[in-house]
Design a protein around this ligand. Structure first.
Ligand code: RFL
Length: 382
């Protein structure tokens, strides 16, 4: 087939897929509704896990796209204001990278363009047909036909809307609280600080050499007006049990209600969904960006097989295979998110749940088996 694979969205999923296909000589076009500058500056995730790093290595892209620093094996937990670092037992853990999402995105854009890829910014598309002759429509009405459509357009994208409502199920889970997400010009002294505290969870994650993301668990009803800068710094001090090593200008605040979502199936006709277009996983798991990369890897493999062998088997199995894994990581994310929140604040789900969560948390220090399982999930190897 000479028609290109149409990739909707230049986030990590769409850009990774585009690069993987280009290297195999499979024609593709990436459409992105935002401008280049916006996409290259969008700050979000910060961890590329071991498995995702290996995906880039296998495809000969590691040196060009994976930036950042190696992940240290210790999670900097603080419990009731006291340090209680947790060392992960799996050695492979160190292959992962602490790499801000926008650095990965920028590198993926550069690699794609250097290799001659067709990437169109400021081009919002709607998905017109997902049957035997799939196509998208550009803003000026032009129709572009392709061989397949990869819906990589995130949680509010257009491609999932092209699937008839009675053919897709949206499974959702609300955690019942939000995170205040704060980006500040503060160099992090540790890769992670995560506070389990009666007033709620709090965290600091390094985002490059000069910036940190801070997270504060808060009620769903809160707005950013409830959180002036002074309150953020004093609440972090209370929950950490010490002031953050340095403070600095707060450049962004947003509220993120913690939720999980899975669309099933992830394929319909010649449309296949990847990344946030198909699933949302809470940030405590640090798996959102990584699942998007695993999806891109699996979908690229299925397409490569199809173009080489003419066999649609792996494409037909894409949805079932991915969903098995997505649910496995949702299970991890639910457990980890519940544990660190319930182990702190008993008011949310009661004293009984609180004590169960403490037992779950303590086991990570007392049982090599429990530690090993967490380590495998963190590395993306289970
Ligand atoms: P993206 O990155 O949202 O990219 C989708 C792209 O599609 C474009 N688009 C369209 N383009 C053309 N036509 C249309 N009709 C279009 N509609 C949309 C959009 O402009 C956009 O460029 O989805 P993708 O590629 O699936 O990647 C998913 C990840 O971005 C996401 O899972 C992570 O950022 C989630 N996440 C985190 N993940 C981690 O692994 N670790 C973390 O620590 C972490 N922290 C976070 C996060 C997400 C956050 N959000 C969403 C606010 C922290 C935050 C604050």
């Amino acid at each position: 087939e000479h028609r290109p694979v149409l990739i909707v969205g230049a986030g990590v999923a769409g850009l990774a897929l585009g690069n993987f296909l280009l290297r195999e000589g499979i024609p593709c076009v990436v459409f992105e509704r935002r401008g280049r500058e916006y996409v290259e500056r969008r700050q979000r995730a910060g961890v590329i896990d071991t498995r995702a790093t290996r995906v880039f290595r296998k495809r000969g892209l590691e040196d060009r796209v994976v930036g950042g620093t190696p992940i240290k094996p210790t999670l900097g937990f603080r419990v009731d204001g006291q340090p209680r670092p947790l060392t992960l037992s799996l050695e492979e853990h160190g292959e992962g990278r602490l790499c801000p999402q926008q650095v990965l995105v920028r590198n993926l854009i550069t690699a794609f363009e250097e290799d001659g890829g067709d990437l169109r910014f400021d081009t919002e598309v709607s998905v017109e047909d997902i049957g035997e002759r799939p196509c998208v429509r550009l803003g000026d009405g032009t129709i572009v036909e392709g061989a397949f459509i990869a819906g990589c357009d995130g949680n509010h994208g257009a491609s999932r809307a092209a699937i008839p409502e009675d053919r897709i199920t949206r499974h959702t889970h609300e955690y019942g609280y939000a995170w205040l997400v704060v980006l500040a010009d503060v160099p992090a002294t540790h890769q992670t600080v995560m506070a389990i505290h009666r007033r709620g969870f709090a965290a600091q994650f390094a985002r490059g050499p000069r910036a940190s993301r801070f997270y504060l668990q808060c009620p769903l009803e809160d707005t950013t007006e409830d959180w002036p800068d002074e309150r953020i710094w004093s609440e972090l001090e209370t929950r950490f049990g010490e002031p953050p090593a340095t403070t600095g200008a707060i450049v962004e605040k947003q509220l993120l209600p913690l939720r999980g979502e899975v669309l099933s199936p992830m394929s319909h006709g010649r449309l296949h969904l990847l990344g946030d277009a198909a699933h949302i996983i809470p940030p405590m798991s640090a798996k959102g960006m990584n699942l998007a990369l695993y999806d891109a890897n699996a979908f690229a493999d299925a397409l490569i097989h199809y173009y080489k062998e003419g066999d649609t088997g792996p494409l037909d199995a894409y949805s079932d295979d991915r969903l098995r894994e997505v649910w496995n990581y949702q299970a991890f994310a639910t457990w980890f998110t519940d544990t660190v929140h319930d182990a702190g604040d008993p008011s949310h789900r009661g004293e009984f749940r609180h004590r169960v969560a403490r037992a779950d948390f303590d086991r990570l220090y007392n049982s090599a088996t429990a530690n090993r399982l967490l380590s495998e999930f963190v590395a993306g190897l289970t």
